[in-house]
Design a protein around this ligand. Structure first.
Ligand code: URA
Length: 193
């Protein structure tokens, strides 16, 4: 089962690395495909690769990744156990927000990740991931730390909303909220997995 899932992911990756469905292919160094176990119970979805990720091909391997790793550790979760991916797989120039047509062009890959891995939990990191998964605007300030029953790409899971880890770089208060959200997530995961 895990082997089949792994094979399906590698097929999806082979499609992604040659993708030219949006203009981001012109400026990327690499396509940054999701990383983590094919049978992960938890999937984290960020916004899009930054400079470091574009170079290393590893999602959340730069400054935001350091914060994410710290948040996971404090929550008693291991990064090696979670699958990490992004709404768009190619870096938007100057780390701008991905445009609606870029998100649309990449949707097949996010849907592919979710339908292949079928995680029990998906954590939307920030408003762009939340909006893409939910299909509507969400206020992370109001909805963070909440858990929803949700179905996406034919898979049903618990959707947890929180801030983007990079937000912790800009405000101590947001960092405290992120830490509290991740601790809550860790407890929920332990009680349900
Ligand atoms: N920010 C994201 O949203 N994703 C990454 O992979 C890195 C930074």
């Amino acid at each position: 089962m895990k082997e089949e899932t792994e094979k399906a992911l590698r097929q999806l990756e082979a499609e992604a690395v040659v993708c030219k469905r949006c203009m981001l292919h012109k400026t990327r160094t690499n396509v940054v495909f999701g990383v983590g176990p094919a049978d992960a119970k938890i999937m984290l979805v960020g916004e899009g690769p930054g400079f470091t990720e574009d170079q290393t091909k590893i999602p959340f391997s730069g400054a935001a990744g350091k914060i994410l790793n710290e948040l996971l550790r404090e929550a008693g979760l291991r990064r090696e156990d979670v699958h990490v991916t992004n709404v768009v797989l190619c870096r938007p120039p100057q780390n701008r927000d991905p445009l609606p047509d870029e998100i649309e062009a990449c949707r097949r890959f996010l849907e592919g990740h979710v339908s292949i891995i079928k995680p029990k939990f998906i954590v939307a990191l920030g408003r762009i991931a939340a909006r893409t998964l939910l299909g509507k605007h969400v206020s992370i300030g109001r909805e963070h730390g909440k858990l929803f029953d949700f179905t996406y790409a034919g898979a049903s899971f618990k959707l947890f909303l929180t801030y983007h880890p990079a937000a912790a770089l800009y405000g101590a208060e947001t960092k405290t909220r992120l830490q509290a959200d991740f601790k809550k997530l860790g407890q929920i995961v332990k009680s349900m997995v």
